[in-house]
Design a protein around this ligand. Structure first.
Ligand SMILES: C[S@@+](CC[C@H](N)C(=O)[O-])C[C@H]1O[C@@H](n2cnc3c(N)ncnc32)[C@H](O)[C@@H]1O
Length: 248
């Protein structure tokens, strides 16, 4: 039986995951941005590495900008590719900035499921974006979008029916403590042993004091899960991606 991810058995879940990671090379796959073969060219210009607010789209290879730091996303995509993921879940898509990368880098035949309440989008974006996202799908990669609150029991059931097992889960939706914990508790157990769960916003920004991902992240780390922290610059006041390998 899969252990609960947070709660009384947290330490045991963390121990199992540590055992598993010893036998896995996943976290050994991180590549430096300048390493030949890395996707620097594709990512340059999505966000400047130095800037705090460089959300300007300037790269002709990437049709959308993202709320991520370039270096952090590059590293995460390298980990993602290493999994050869065929079953992918994103909670928090907004305009599709990270979704694009999951679609391009999935291993066909693959299914990518996006859950977003679309609360941050205007009516025109709500109407048009799902169709645009479908056009991004490479051959053999399917996309299912669920426009709903991720905490809603109906949403959880829908995801479970589409993806009984998940290789990669990206959590970037509700950034309150209760919200991010609910996503971890509800969707984390769907991730297969050896799969990855990534959280955005390990740093609480000055402009977003509601972001409490660091609190949950501390609990996960203290439970002893194998983790990787991706910080383009830990002195900065936003960003940071935490990646957990789950043991099952
Ligand atoms: C930070 S944005 C996602 C950014 C995207 N991952 C990227 O990097 O380009 C967060 C998104 O999650 C959505 N969201 C927030 N709480 C949610 C919830 N409980 N259920 C579903 N979506 C939610 C917001 O409306 C918003 O579209």
């Amino acid at each position: 039986m899969r252990m609960p991810l947070v709660g009384g058995s947290l330490a045991e879940s963390g121990r199992q995951a540590r055992e598993l990671v010893k036998r896995s090379k996943t976290f050994g796959r991180l590549r430096r941005p300048e390493e030949p073969g890395s996707e620097r060219a594709v990512f340059d210009g999505v966000y400047s590495l130095e800037g705090r607010d460089g959300a300007q789209y300037t790269n002709p290879h990437v049709p959308v900008h993202t709320a991520q730091r370039t270096w952090e996303l590059m590293q995460l995509v390298n980990l993602y590719r290493g999994l050869e993921p065929t079953r992918v879940l994103e909670v928090g898509t907004e305009i599709g900035g990270t979704l694009w990368h999951w679609l391009q880098n999935a291993t066909p035949p693959a299914l990518v499921v996006s859950v977003d309440d679309m609360a941050s989008l205007n009516p025109e974006q709500r109407e048009r974006l799902p169709g645009i996202w479908q056009e991004w799908c490479p051959e053999g990669v399917q996309l299912q979008t669920i426009t709903a609150d991720s905490k809603d029991p109906g949403t959880i059931a829908r995801v479970a029916s589409l993806l009984p097992e998940v290789d990669f889960l990206f959590i970037d939706g509700d950034h309150t403590y209760d919200g991010v914990k609910a996503d971890w508790m509800n969707y984390g157990p769907m991730v297969r042993p050896g799969g990855l769960v990534a959280f955005h916003d390990l740093i609480t920004p000055d402009f977003g004091r509601h972001v409490k991902v660091p609190e949950l992240w501390r609990e996960i780390r203290e439970a002893g899960y194998p983790v990787v922290e991706l910080f383009a610059d830990p002195r900065e006041n936003w960003g940071g991606i935490g990646v957990v390998q789950v043991g099952g």
